[in-house]
Design a binder for this molecule. Sequence first.
Ligand SMILES: [Fe+2]
Length: 225
Amino acid sequence: MVAAPAHALAVDQPVTKEQDKEKEKEKQSPDEEVSPAEDLMREHGVFKRILLVYGEGVRRIDANQDLPPDPILDAAKLVRSFVEDYHEKFEENFLFPRFRMANMQIELVDVLTVQHQAGRTLIDITIKYANLSSLRDSSDKRQLRESMAEFIRMYRPHEAREDTVLFPAFRTIVSANEYDSLGEDFEKKEHELFGDDGFEKMVGRVATIEKVMGIYDLAQFTPKV
Ligand SMILES: [Fe+2]
């Protein structure tokens, strides 16, 4: 246990109030610390919105409706930079090895690792075929459709399993200190790679893509009951 500094013990009520105010300020600050699980789960939120974009892409191909390639390409590039090269790298470098060391969730971690690789292969295909000339060719268009459909099919359960099993278990295999410092490392890396408002920028990018695809307006999904 660390002893409280002498000055903190010597002055009571006013300092406590000040400290309370400081704590309150920290709570309201947008820079407030985000725990590793919250960080990873909100990144999953961005990822889920990309899956919705892909879902709309698949729906339009199936319905023979016009599909602009650019939002699909942008979404795939966002997956590459934000999900694969950043979010999944963190899972692979910081979470998965700790589970292996703790001899916990080994089978799950193995499947998740293989799926990250499969995801990369699918994104390569999506990037290759998300262009106007491929959309005019029925075989290429089918490849594009399949790459998006398979991506959605794999990542829905993948994310759900991470959110409900892996991330909660992660909290139990690291100490409170390590957990906190990992949260800081995650945030630092995010700011380094994508700027101070990196996460907000990603949300903005995905919102722009949703608008082009006509799925941004949330109210359109409310059933008329
Ligand atoms: Fe993952």
